[in-house]
Design a protein around this ligand. Structure first.
Ligand SMILES: NC(=O)c1ccc[n+]([C@@H]2O[C@H](COP(=O)([O-])OP(=O)(O)OC[C@H]3O[C@@H](n4cnc5c(N)ncnc54)[C@H](OP(=O)(O)O)[C@@H]3O)[C@@H](O)[C@H]2O)c1
Length: 263
């Protein structure tokens, strides 16, 4: 039977003993989510490039393990996955949280900056997906959680490279859901509004409805427990952004030009 409601995925309620690989977990939302999952009894492997910072995230949590890696390197995904499978047999849930963001106007973009951001934010998801999917598909169970953003709903000032990577992740999550849900897997799309982290510390404008990383982690866990496909928060802000993205181009682009001028 087709499901037309909001709860399109397996509900992730009991984390006890679940094997979670969280990539992009050395700070911000990823770090807060890793700690919340560890408190709930999951085994959590945290990955990112900064090894010492990762170690502090899992400090005091016996079920946590630090696996430093660069998510933009396909071979790092394969090597870390091999280590995790040797340790845990397999991985139940992969959370793709790694991202780069620098506020950039179109004329400030360099090829290097564009390449690095696209590789980190989008390439990494393909590298991770191609690494973990064969074993998840053969078991007919598993979950992929993609951290996109409301910046992916439509073009926004400063998000010249970041925004399109997040729009691509929204597109990717939709098609992954359609392909993988019938094969027993869950695909969860997370679209946060503004969260106070190292990433948004680069913004020099007032961020509406700013949340803490801990509030973001709690909203994500609540969405996963409900089996939501899209987990968007805070509700009012993300709904307003979604509505704005549905305006006819004539109106939307006029508003966008005003916003670009104002920033
Ligand atoms: N903060 C917000 O308002 C907001 C809003 C919407 C969506 N998001 C999304 O939420 C996710 C987490 O962001 P955040 O706000 O928590 O920012 P953050 O604190 O800067 O976290 C980004 C994480 O990505 C890791 N990372 C970056 N490049 C990497 C690479 N090449 N390989 C491995 N790890 C890498 C960073 O660790 P290392 O530097 O140690 O590698 C860090 O752990 C991102 O996907 C972001 O786009 C954030």
């Amino acid at each position: 039977m087709p499901t037309f409601g909001l709860n399109l995925n397996p509900r992730l309620t009991d984390w006890t003993g679940q094997r979670v690989w969280l990539v992009g977990a050395s700070s911000g939302i990823g770090a807060a989510l890793a700690q919340a999952l560890l408190v709930k009894g999951a085994n959590v492997a945290v990955s990112a490039r900064r090894a010492e910072t990762l170690a502090t995230v899992i400090d005091g949590y016996p079920r946590g393990v630090a696996m430093p890696m660069d998510a933009s390197h396909p071979q790092d995904w394969i090597a870390t996955h091999t280590t995790l499978r040797a340790m845990w047999q397999d991985v139940d849930v992969v959370i793709f949280c790694a991202a780069e963001y620098r506020p950039l106007r179109p004329w400030d973009v360099t090829a290097d900056e564009a390449h690095r951001t696209i590789e980190t934010n989008l390439g990494s998801v393909y590298y991770g997906m191609s690494t973990v999917l064969p074993s998840m598909l053969s078991r007919g169970t598993g979950g992929l959680v993609l951290l996109a953003s409301v910046a992916g709903y439509m073009g926004l000032p400063n998000a010249t490279v970041y925004g399109p990577t997040k729009a691509a992740l929204i597109n990717l999550a939709e098609l992954l859901y359609a392909e993988l849900h019938p094969r027993g897997l869950g695909v969860y799309l997370v679209n946060p509004g503004f969260v106070k982290t190292r990433l948004t510390a680069r913004n020099d404008f007032p961020m509406p409805s700013l949340q803490s990383a801990e509030e973001a982690a709690s909203a994500i866990l609540s969405g996963l427990a409900r089996g939501r496909f899209e987990i968007a928060f805070p509700t009012m802000f993300t709904r307003a952004m979604r509505l704005a993205s549905m305006l006819p181009y004539g109106l939307r682009l006029t508003l966008l030009k005003r916003l670009m001028k104002a920033t």
